[in-house]
Design a protein around this ligand. Structure first.
Ligand code: BYC
Ligand code: FE
Ligand code: FE
Length: 467
């Protein structure tokens, strides 16, 4: 038995799950592989497939040194199957089976529920790659282009992670699901991706950074909840995915942060006192703060829909079954069964949002969402720092959770178009999306990063476009 630390790097699929000794699953994944590469070539980053990109590849699951950096052509990236190390004696931490040994095989009674969770999780990964496929052509720098492609190949690896679980534990059905994951397409009228936000466009780089800040953070929250799973292979899978997820949110937070920084700097230089003087700010070739706020409103609200309904029996069942826990369940101090506790949830009562205590089990989606909102808040505070420092009173803020919703009680409740990006905003942003492909140079609307990737200097050529 592999102890889960050593990665076998020799075969087609780097892994620490003993694929070399597991002929059936190895064969299934090797059979799936060509379809994945076809999908990557058709739906992955447009152009740049032959470029040499300075990427990190996961080579171990040791938190101290799991990645190595080097130039890679994306289709040749080593997408591996990596699970966090086994925790000896791990037990189910919540729900009806609390205290029982964690499952190494799928419990028959929960097969369908678990499969659904894996498929939904798996579906979002390629969806995001599809949504971002046109962005390479307008990258504001080689540094940013490289970060985009890093996120893309890792989302590809996250798809591999779910496909491994489906192929290993779900037989023929799992194989069919794995094929369907390559068949659905973001935004396709006949065969769309499963969740709403993953069928929306990511038309420009401000959207990309907002997406990686807000939507990848839903990924973090959902993966944290699944990392608590009593189904141990899922828990281990998600724990390793979370190490990669941290970088995606870093890209989003610093991306928006650098845009804000550049805008504030340009306004100061030009002696503009009023950040809402949009015409003057835009004339400087930077993105005005009110437009950034509207994009923020859009991406935050789209992402809130990913947490599902306020009251959810699906969520209660998954918790009872021990399949999906709360955020950092293992750090919480209560009975971990929630059979008699309540949780406050915002409900629509007589046309108004009102907080109501409901059974905690049925409110698990909202509990996770509340933890998510708290997590977002920190980043917003950091975005506001340069604005504050420059003496402007303008502040970016999260809109109310009831704004622009399509799922749940507040669907259609308040979708004031003045708070969402307008056609004019998009036209202006589009006008700025001109590629900058000279090493060390940045587009007018975004500040250079404070530090390079892997300690590289400012002039480093993160993407060798022509290979
Ligand atoms: N769009 O009982 P409810 C990531 C459906 S992101 C469409 O409230 P539940 C990533 C729902 O499916 C993380 N349909 O649902 C980020 C259900 O349908 P059925 C992805 C929706 O199950 C960036 C019905 O409405 N992972 O990794 O409690 C880049 C009743 O709803 C939506 C996960 O989400 C929607 N937004 O909650 C790359 C984890 N919302 O079954 C990657 C796995 C709800 O009755 N998924 N519906 O026909 C789950 O845990 C849950 O399925 C959800 C929904 C939280 C998504
Ligand atoms: Fe992911
Ligand atoms: Fe991600």
């Amino acid at each position: 038995m592999p102890d889960g630390m050593d990665v076998d790097y020799d075969g087609l699929i780097p892994n620490n799950v003993g694929l070399a000794q597991d002929a059936r699953v190895r064969k299934a994944l090797e059979t799936w592989h060509p379809g994945y590469i076809d999908w990557w070539r058709d739906m992955g980053p447009e152009g740049f497939q032959e470029s040499l990109v300075y990427l990190r590849t996961a080579i171990s699951v040791d938190p101290k040194g799991w990645a190595k950096f080097g130039y890679v052509r994306m289709p040749e990236y080593k997408w591996g199957v990596l699970l966090a190390p086994v925790v000896e004696g791990r037990r189910i931490g919540f729900g009806a089976h609390k205290g029982e040994p964690a499952w190494q095989e799928v419990p028959g009674e929960y097969r369908a529920m678990l499969r659904r969770l894996l498929v939904i999780q798996g579906d979002t990964e390629p969806a995001s790659v599809e949504q971002q496929r046109h962005l390479g052509a307008t990258a504001p720098s080689l540094y940013d282009m490289r970060n985009l492609f890093q996120v893309n190949v890792e989302e590809g690896r996250h798809l591999w992670a779910m496909v491994y679980l489906l192929q290993k534990y779900f037989g023929t059905q799992g194989r069919e699901e794995a094929e369907d994951l390559l068949r659905r397409r973001s935004g396709d009228a006949d065969s769309p991706r499963m969740l709403g936000a993953f069928n929306e466009a990511t038309p420009d780089w401000l959207s990309f950074f907002m997406f990686t800040f807000f939507t990848d953070r839903d990924g973090k929250m959902q993966l944290e909840a699944l990392a608590q799973s009593g189904f141990d292979p899922l828990s281990r899978t998600c724990r390793f995915m979370l190490t990669e997820e941290a970088h995606h949110m870093f890209v989003g937070e610093t991306g928006v942060g650098r845009i804000v920084e550049r805008t504030v700097e340009a306004m100061k230089e030009a002696g503009i006192d009023d950040p809402t003087d949009v015409e003057r700010v835009r004339a400087l070739g930077v993105i005005d703060l009110p437009t950034i706020q509207r994009k923020l409103n859009l991406h935050f609200s789209l992402t809130l829909d990913l947490f599902g309904n306020e009251i959810s029996t699906n969520a209660a069942n998954a918790f009872n079954a021990g399949l999906k826990g709360r955020y950092r369940e293992d750090k919480l101090e209560d009975d971990h069964q929630l059979t008699s506790s309540t949780y406050p949830v915002l409900r629509l009562r007589d046309g108004q949002p009102v907080s109501e205590d409901v059974p905690a089990l049925s409110a698990l989606n909202m509990r996770l969402r509340d933890d998510y909102v708290t997590d977002c808040q920190g980043g917003i505070g950091r975005w506001n720092k340069p604005i504050e420092k420059a003496g402007y009173t303008f502040r970016l803020q999260l809109p109310p959770v009831t704004f622009n919703r399509k799922i749940g009680e507040f669907a259609g409740f308040d979708s004031d178009p003045a708070r969402l990006p307008t056609g004019d905003d998009h036209e202006f942003i589009d006008s700025l999306m001109r590629p900058v492909m000279e090493a060390g140079k940045y587009a007018s609307w975004i500040a250079a990063p404070k530090v390079g990737v892997d300690g590289k200097p400012g002039e480093f050529e993160y993407v060798r476009i022509h290979g």
